[in-house]
Ligand binder design. Sequence first.
Ligand code: BDR
Ligand code: CA
Length: 311
Amino acid sequence: TTRLILDCDTGSDDAIAIFAAVTHPDLDLVAVTTVNGNVALEHTTENTLRALDHVGAGVPVYPGAARPFVRPDFPIPRDILNEGSEFQQALLDLPAARSTVEKQNAVRFLIDTYLDDANADVTLVAVGPLTNVALALATEPSLAQRIPRLVLMGGAAFVNGNVSVAAEFNVWVDPEAAEAVLSAGIREVVIVPLDATHSAPLTSVDCDAFDALGTPAATASASLIRHRLTHGQDGPEGSPVHDPMCVAYLARPDLFTESVEAYVSVETTGSRTLGQLLVDTRPWRTEGSNATVALRADHGVYRDFLHTAFE
Ligand code: BDR
Ligand code: CA
């Protein structure tokens, strides 16, 4: 069993990542931390509680950062973004949360957890803006040596971004946090950028298969993915379902069929390229590698992972 903490900004695909982390037999979801992102913190937290309630998980939830690391507020009005805040705030039709949050803040929770040797095996999976992780590392720099592995969804390595031509949403919301995390010296960092998530989109056929399973996680995921197919940026043929890929990788290390070792950094000042991920694979670069960047995923492996989780 792989133990993990999920840091998320739920969010439709975040919810599916939560479902899979709870229901997959090889995974043990220790806690969820929430962050400002797809919607404001109060909503990402409420959505997270709803998602956990839906699959009957008594997993503790720690609310974290309500603002980016450096920038005073969310970069632009959220409604300008494609899926709109209304949809993501409501997280479809899941009933209001019955469970409640822990008192401790996510940043303090991450610090305490990783300072405890008993948690030296817990993978950190971050599928929202990296504000909480950056704040934890800034507060307790030794965490870089203590987090055994960070798997994160973010960036567009060699493809266009989804917020701007250069930037993917999670990195764009908090570029300074992403840069701080990538340069912190964490031992093992796996980046799952749009290159990977767009290479294995889920389709209405996948949704039908989930519906046939009939479990709460399966049917809720099918309806979230169907919403993405009809309302998302990517049209009805297939939708990249980003965040669960990070979770899938823990149980199915064969998920990524192509990846590169690189020195990865983030553009924090560009007027057109703010939030761009710079993936340096040049053999003559001066820095070593600080991350493995997944570039391509196998649709069959991804589907099988979700199937095993949801059945
Ligand atoms: C990322 O942005 C969010 O909207 C999704 O939840 C995902 O984490 C994709 O760019
Ligand atoms: Ca997310």
